[in-house]
Design a binder for this molecule. Structure first.
Ligand code: RP5
Length: 173
């Protein structure tokens, strides 16, 4: 890693392949669900606050270093104007998975529209508002990685089967 990097060392023992970033610590309640899924599947990952408007230089550095550092996906959560995923995607070709975080006044509809309405040429894969989006973004990253990892594919299929089993056992009043 570049010794002059402003990016802090990853909070994992092995180099991360998925980065989870968010615009504020207030996004953690939602974004922790993405981190939980990555942990569940044993995916080397990192997570940190990278605010697009409060720390734009850090955001650019994070995006520029993502590929060279070996990240294969960036899961980016933000609320309100929610420019973080799009701005990251503008600076890297590492796939960016955007998670709209519920906002105080517009309940995340602003976040969703901001993230999903990327002009053509610079894609951000956009997920559902809130916890489901965070979980699905992580599962999507797992699915991407599983294309080249048979053990991970097996684990992902087992995860799906467990959902099927749970749904079949659902009882109604
Ligand atoms: C965005 O502004 C963050 O992603 C967060 O969802 C929202 C509010 O941030 P705080 O004012 O709670 O720090 O940048």
């Amino acid at each position: 890693m570049n010794p002059n990097s402003i990016i802090q060392p990853p909070n994992t023992q092995v180099p991360p392949v998925v980065g989870v970033v968010m615009g504020s610590s207030s996004d953690w309640d939602v974004m922790q669900h993405a981190v939980h899924v990555l942990k569940q599947f044993g995916i080397p990952h990192e997570y940190r606050v990278v605010s697009a408007h409060r720390m734009p230089d850090d955001m650019f550095a994070y995006a520029e270093e993502a590929g060279p550092r070996g990240l294969q996906a960036i899961i980016a959560g933000a609320g309100g104007a929610a420019h973080l995923p799009g701005m990251l995607a503008a600076k890297t070709t590492v796939p960016v998975l955007g998670v709209p975080v519920p906002s105080r006044h517009l309940h995340g509809q602003d976040s969703l529209l901001s993230i999903v309405q990327m002009p053509r040429g610079v894609p951000v894969a956009t997920f559902a508002i809130g916890e489901s989006g965070a979980v699905n973004a992580a599962l999507f990253a797992v699915a991407q990685l599983a294309l080249g990892d048979a053990d991970l594919a097996t684990a992902l299929n087992a995860y799906r089967r467990s959902q099927t089993k749970a749904a079949r056992q659902m009882e109604l009043p």
